[in-house]
Design a protein around this ligand. Structure first.
Ligand SMILES: Cc1ncc(COP(=O)(O)O)c(C=O)c1O
Length: 446
């Protein structure tokens, strides 16, 4: 028995010790460098080792590290809300800052309830999400999530929310995938689900505009989001966009909804908002929701010890400044096209590569046992794990997912490097990934 130790998150009993990072590279205590092609968990949009963010953080912490959000506001928070507002695909946004994506999702759910109650619509309790989605690991967020492998151990505690099909053209109509690829069918399904729930009973529909880790950057057909947003509006249900992974330039636009010119009633952001420099996320509520909920000056009954953090706001403000000053959202679009092209060329002859997809610097690779039939590898082969291990041995960090094909089988690799990634590094990512997929699939199948 030890006197104290870390309850590790990593599968390895003794993971390397990270000591410093710069640009797209993390270095460990042995001096080994890792090319971070995933920005951690698709987080570090502005790149590692930004001195200006560390300076802003230290300065704000030195002046005012903490003041409770129920009693005070702060200058960085007020400034951040003003400055980020114009970039959000929400009408007249008011932001409620928290410590991360899961907290922000929980906040969006409770805000939805508060909104309907304030309108006298108390029967609106039902929330829909989609299969093949991830919204976080707290119980409410996990219950929204349609990633079956994560739900399975906790199934007895879940079941409040309902799920409709994923917009996942590659596996449309595959048994067990709970996916469709045709907009008319997807829209009709949601409409039918709302009607079956009963008039004025649906509170909200929650979804990732481009799916993150659960389906490795699955992009819906172009007419999907405008039509889905219209179904929500028609039924008086709020449309909650989970842009935790896709926000702040990841898909080559400020927010993924911008690809389709669609606005959300509530938008959830985290990850890229602070680029990992501070635990930070927020819900942006439309002017109408904010006014309805706070009518009469009543506060929204909710909150966390670390919500409305002045340091978090100062960090997010500096991240926003960097994104604008260095045109990094545009960089994500152009470098993303380049990365997708390089990966497509490098993997052209690999029989295990079923599809390469995504937008901007969010690129997904779906691995299959058979390209023709799209049959997945069996989960017991642990192909994803072998590829991730092979990549890591070659000094390349990638993000991964499993279970996309039918809730158990399915292997995906997700790339999401910092937007400062260089052309040389993009070449390196594509070449090393191709080697790692070759080695990983071979090792897993022997
Ligand atoms: C789309 C999406 N929503 C929510 C979350 C949860 O965010 P967090 O891990 O910060 O709680 C994640 C995290 O990966 C995510 O990708």
């Amino acid at each position: 028995m030890t006197t104290g130790r870390v309850f590790r998150r990593s599968a390895a009993a003794e993971p390397p010790t990270a000591v410093e990072a710069d640009g797209s590279t993390i270095r460990d205590s042995e001096g080994r460098g890792y090319l971070d092609a995933a920005g951690g968990a698709i987080v570090v949009n502005v790149g590692h080792g930004r001195r200006s963010i560390a300076d802003v953080m230290a300065d704000q912490a030195g002046r005012l590290a903490y003041a409770h959000g129920s009693a005070f506001t702060s200058e960085p928070l007020e400034a951040y809300a003003r400055e980020v507002g114009p970039y959000l695909p929400v009408v007249g946004p008011a932001i409620y800052p928290v410590s991360g994506g899961s907290e922000a999702i929980e906040t969006a759910l409770k805000l939805t309830r508060a909104y309907h109650l304030a309108r006298g619509d108390a029967d609106r309790q039902i929330v829909f999400a989609r299969w093949g989605s991830y919204h976080g690991n707290t119980l409410g967020a996990l219950d929204l999530s349609g990633r079956k492998s994560l739900r399975r151990p906790y199934e007895g505690w879940l079941g409040r929310f309902r799920h409709v099909s994923a917009a996942y053209p590659y596996r449309a109509d595959d048994p067990g995938a709970n996916a469709m690829g045709d907009t008319d069918a997807l829209v009709a399904e949601l409409d039918r689900a709302f009607i079956a729930a009963g008039p004025r009973t649906v509170a909200a529909f929650v979804a990732e505009p481009i799916v993150g880790a659960a389906l490795a950057a699955a992009v819906p057909p172009d007419d999907y989001w405008p039509a889905i947003a219209e179904v929500c509006r028609r039924h008086g249900a709020l449309f909650i966009a989970d842009e935790v992974m896709t926000g702040f330039g990841r898909t080559g636009r400020w927010f993924a909804l911008d690809h389709w010119g669609v606005k959300a009633d509530l938008l959830v952001a985290a990850k890229g908002a602070s680029s990992g420099y501070w635990p930070f996320g927020f819900v942006a509520a439309s002017d109408e929701i904010h006014e309805t909920v706070t009518r009469g000056g009543a506060p929204f009954i909710h909150g966390f010890t670390y919500s409305h953090s002045p340091v978090g706001a100062a960090v997010a403000r500096e991240v926003l400044r960097i994104l604008k000053a260095e045109s990094l959202v545009e960089a994500s679009a152009t470098k993303g096209d380049r990365l997708k092209g390089l990966v497509t060329t490098a993997l052209a002859d690999d029989p295990a590569v079923g599809e390469i997809r995504g937008r901007g610097l969010l690129v997904g690779i779906e691995l299959v046992a058979d390209r023709e039939t799209r049959a997945p590898f069996p989960r017991t082969a642990r192909v994803t794990e072998a590829v991730v291990r092979s990549a890591c041995e070659r000094g390349l960090l990638v993000y991964s997912g499993t279970g996309n094909a039918n809730g158990v089988d399915g292997d995906t690799i997700l790339l999401g490097p910092p937007f400062v990634v260089t052309d040389v590094e993009l070449d390196q990512i594509a070449a090393t990934l191709a080697e790692s997929i070759g080695a990983g699939t071979a090792a897993a199948m022997t």
